[in-house]
Design a protein around this ligand. Structure first.
Ligand code: AHR
Length: 512
């Protein structure tokens, strides 16, 4: 009888348009830290990411700046808490010769940016500019070395230039260029997409090349022991991970990368803002595939590295759509909507779940390119829905992941289904629990009943990012159409938390 009454009640709720979901948070089983570095970003010499986006130069600009870097962008990124920034590419990295970007700016050579729009690159933003900008942002630099068209000596010299504090040819050159103290860069990529734009190599060949390059990357400074990241697999190329884990000795490999973009179809990516529900659904299929991808790459890594010493570094992820009309196709400038907010929330929840192996990640890219957190137009700057999600979620940085069990509804499109709700939770150093939830379903609100095991919360507060339509976004004329507001849809009774998630929403709750 009781069962029948419950079923009738559930049916009534779903007739009212509220779907039911059940979650258990097992705080008593918490083990792994969510490394803050999974909240990393990526800045490539591509379109208006560097020039105009981050860097406006030191003269001839009305835009307020610190050493040529926009003050508005610095402030926004600091507020979002950006733990690391990858530079100078991407594909550009394997064409970049770092010595072109040091010394007096007027004497730096110009090159052609062959990958991205064939534009002139005057090298006015180089190593000093990037590393000083990172200091200003309070973020750790992640330098991507040129393996595809560079040399072992060139990369070894770059390491010496930025990390050696004694007397050496490269340290002396750095001092001549005005930097007395080395920056102590820890994170280094050994090439990028070696299977593609980084040299079209086979996995076995790259593994050998990696061994050679990594050998000459010297630890000049014990405080910033190098963290070397091998160019990793393209999405579901599991053989790439297998070969690298097998053929590279693990004492010369701290991380192995993975790139996965949420693309509907590389030949027909669909518009960034005026997409259909079908296109939204397909993007989310690709985004949620990240969970399976990470699991399968992890299983391979576990075979060779059961103690999980080598990190999986998802150093390029995000949504990739058609460029905005009338913009240079080589600049990858796209709008950013609630679709991107949901994609970001769900992806970060997946990273939290895999916190033990995924210890670093980089959203592509930080300003004006692909799934950007900031868009600029001359003097104007706007924050995108993705920015707001990363800012709301930053409470999880370095907190302990709390394992989740979830029974979720389906979001159905035609004959296909996706889990409607995605959840993750963590406990920070002060003992505060944060729960983040995304409602992938753009048509239905979801009621989520959360059983809090091992959590003694007395009160709940929260913030929500939502909008009437999944296509909604901010523009330079309407910069605050999508922004977080106070969430009042959560009630706590004993150890049960009931949450009413609006359709198309991302929520972060705080339990105290
Ligand atoms: O992020 C844009 C490009 O995507 C990067 O340069 C490359 O690594 C990837 O293919």
């Amino acid at each position: 009888m009781k069962k029948i009454i419950t079923l009738v009640a559930l049916a009534c709720l779903s007739l009212q348009g509220i779907a039911q979901n059940e979650v258990t948070i097992n705080a008593d089983q918490a083990k792994h830290q969510i490394n803050k570095h999974i909240y990393g970003h990526f800045a490539e010499h591509l379109g208006a990411c560097i020039y105009g986006g981050l860097y406006v130069g030191e003269s001839n600009t009305k835009i307020p700046h610190v050493n040529g870097v926009r003050k508005d962008v610095i402030e926004a990124l600091k507020k979002m808490k950006i733990p690391n920034l990858r530079w100078p590419g991407g594909c550009f990295a394997d064409t970049y010769h770092w010595k072109d970007g040091i010394g007096p700016k007027a004497q730096r050579p110009s090159i052609v940016n062959a990958w991205w729009g064939g534009v002139t690159e005057d090298n006015s933003f180089g190593t000093h500019d990037f590393l000083n900008m990172c200091k200003e942002l309070g973020t750790e630099p992640y330098l991507a070395g040129n393996v595809g068209s560079g040399t072992v000596k060139e990369l070894a010299d770059w390491v010496q230039y930025v990390n050696h504090n004694g007397v050496s040819p490269m340290a002396n050159l750095r001092k001549e260029n005005g930097a007395e103290k080395a920056w102590g860069v820890k994170y280094w990529g050994v090439g990028n997409e070696a299977w593609g734009c980084g040299g079209n190599m086979r996995a076995e060949y790259y593994a050998n090349i990696y061994r050679q390059y990594a050998t000459f990357m010297t630890n000049w400074d014990n405080d910033s022991k190098l963290f070397r990241i091998a160019s990793g697999a393209n999405s579901n190329d599991f053989n790439w991970t297998e070969v690298l884990m097998r053929d590279i000795p693990h004492n010369m490999l701290e991380g192995i990368a993975l790139h996965h973009y949420s693309v509907i179809d590389w030949g027909k990516k669909g518009p960034a803002a005026t997409f259909t529900e079908e296109q939204y659904f397909k993007t989310m299929q690709q985004a949620l595939f990240m969970d399976e991808l990470i699991q399968k790459h992890t299983d391979i890594m576990d075979k060779y590295d059961p103690k999980k010493k080598v990190a999986l570094v998802v150093d390029e992820w995000g949504g990739w759509y058609e460029v905005e009309p009338n913009t240079n196709p080589g600049f990858l400038y796209q709008q950013n909507t609630m679709r991107d907010a949901i994609l970001a929330g769900a992806t970060l929840n997946i990273f939290h779940k895999h916190a033990e192996r995924v210890r670093m990640a980089n959203l592509a890219q930080v300003v004006n390119v692909l799934q950007a957190v900031v868009l600029t137009n001359g003097e104007k700057m706007i924050l995108t829905p993705t920015y707001h999600v990363l800012e709301m979620y930053n409470v999880h940085q370095d907190a302990t992941n709390l394992p989740i069990e979830i029974k979720t509804n389906s979001y159905t499109y035609g004959t296909e289904k996706l889990p409607a709700v995605s959840v993750s939770a963590s406990k920070d150093k002060a003992g505060v629990v944060h729960i983040s939830l995304t409602n992938v379903d753009i048509n239905k609100a979801q009621e989520v009943s959360i059983n809090l095991k091992g959590i003694a919360g007395k009160s709940v507060t929260g913030r929500v990012l939502t909008s009437a339509k999944v296509q909604d976004h901010n523009t330079f004329d309407q910069p605050e159409k999508v922004k977080p507001t106070v969430f009042s849809g959560a009630t706590l009774t004993g150890s049960t938390l009931k949450v009413k998630l609006p359709a198309t929403s991302v929520v972060v709750l705080e339990l105290k």
